[in-house]
Design a protein around this ligand. Structure first.
Ligand code: NAD
Length: 361
């Protein structure tokens, strides 16, 4: 069967890891017609916009995309292309499996967690008002009147929308994932003790949805700060985690740390009719063009993509080949060596070559 997939190489190390992953996916023998589209810094230079309409059109047409990381300027400049893509295509579920691979340095011995992050609302909705503008002052005045709470006049304002519909569908996604993948428990994470309305609503929705799965999948909830400590101290107690957008972003990196770092943490953004696959890590600008960083996170994102395309045999073979190369520890990037200055570490493309060789062995 032939598939059509949109490939967005990305910025910084994006191009290196995306093309390494593409070569590995092609080496499985699955026939994919790749449609390359540019977004991010390269797109600004060429089209004057970070997210040209043809990128969204291509994903809507092909229904499946894989993307390298894209730079987002901090505190100024354009809105995150990654966030825009997830919102524009309603890719509401961010799925990030965190499984410890044999041979990876980690403080832990057995980690098998799945992070399910809501992707479309929360403080990530992009509803922000700059400090010093007249309309920000109007909002401050209105909010003070409505809430009876004083707000400093020199504030910037951000809005946190949490809805019943988005909360219920993400929790349902987490439970359905748990059922399909033989997981035992879903933990909903929140700060409902402080944000009683927004996080309180998320928790209520999670409790309501959990009733439908009673007797099949266990359910519990945790306050986010306690959860961070619990994950560091006893991660083996947890299984599938479901979180609103911001906590999901932060805990994804924490969980990546448990399994040996960002270089190996894959991800998927899934909607009702399409999906976009990408590593958890960003564009690590200081490594751009050095052929140095670990391609595993992108390759394993490719494994998730192959499963989405129902190419399960190819997905299993690529995952196994990647795990074997890592377990052997010879043709791996610096971050997977015991000492990251080890002169025997290989580059991004050479690690991909080793995986392809193993795949074909
Ligand atoms: P980052 O994930 O790019 O890098 C942080 C550090 O993690 C790197 O310095 C490196 O030491 C390590 N690392 C990351 N990827 C690695 C890999 N494949 N192999 C080995 N080590 C790796 O995070 P950052 O520096 O905070 O962000 C850089 C840029 O990326 C920012 O503009 C940010 O907005 C963007 N970003 C994009 C995405 C995305 O496209 N989905 C996600 C996160 C960050």
């Amino acid at each position: 069967m032939n598939h059509k997939v949109t490939l967005i190489p990305g910025d910084g190390i994006g191009r290196e890891v995306s093309f390494a992953a593409k070569r590995c996916i092609d080496a499985t023998g699955v026939k994919i017609a790749w449609e390359e589209q540019i977004a991010g810094e390269e797109a600004i230079a060429k089209y004057g916009t970070v997210l040209p309409a043809n990128v969204l059109d291509s994903i809507r047409r092909n229904k499946v995309a894989i993307k390298g990381p894209i730079i987002t300027p901090v505190g100024k400049g354009f809105r995150s292309v990654n966030v825009q893509l997830r919102k524009a295509l309603d890719l509401y579920a961010c799925l990030r499996p965190c499984k410890l691979i044999k041979g990876v340095k980690s403080r832990y011995t057995n980690i098998d967690l799945v992070v399910v992050r809501e992707n479309t609302e929360d403080l990530y909705a992009g509803i922000e008002f700059s400090q010093g503008l007249e309309r920000t002052q109007d909002i401050i005045d209105n909010l003070e009147e409505l809430s009876g709470i004083a707000i400093k006049k020199d504030s910037a304002i951000g809005i946190k929308p949490i809805s019943i519909s988005a909360s219920k569908r993400i929790v349902k996604f987490a439970f359905d994932y748990a059922v399909k993948n033989n997981r035992r428990k879903v933990t909903a994470i929140h700060k409902a003790n402080i944000m009683k309305e927004t996080d309180g609503l998320f928790l209520k929705c999670a409790r309501d949805v959990s009733e439908e799965y009673k007797g099949r999948i266990e359910f519990e909830d945790r306050i986010v700060d306690n959860m961070c400590m619990q994950l560091v101290q006893k991660p083996e107690l947890y299984d599938v985690l479901v979180l609103p957008n911001l906590y999901g972003d932060i805990l994804s990196d924490l969980c990546a740390g448990l399994i040996g770092g960002l270089g190996i943490a894959p991800g998927a953004n899934i909607g009702d009719s399409m999906a976009l696959f990408e590593a958890v890590h960003g564009s690590a600008p200081k490594y751009t063009g050095l052929d140095k960083v670990n391609p595993t996170a992108m390759i394993l994102s490719g494994v998730l993509m192959l499963r989405y395309l129902r190419e399960n045999d190819a997905a299993d073979r690529l995952e196994k080949a990647t795990e074997e190369v890592i377990a052997e520890g010879k043709y791996v990037t610096y971050d997977l060596k015991k000492d990251c200055n080890d002169s025997t570490s290989v580059g991004t493309s050479q690690m991909a070559d080793a995986i392809i060789e193993r795949l074909n062995a």
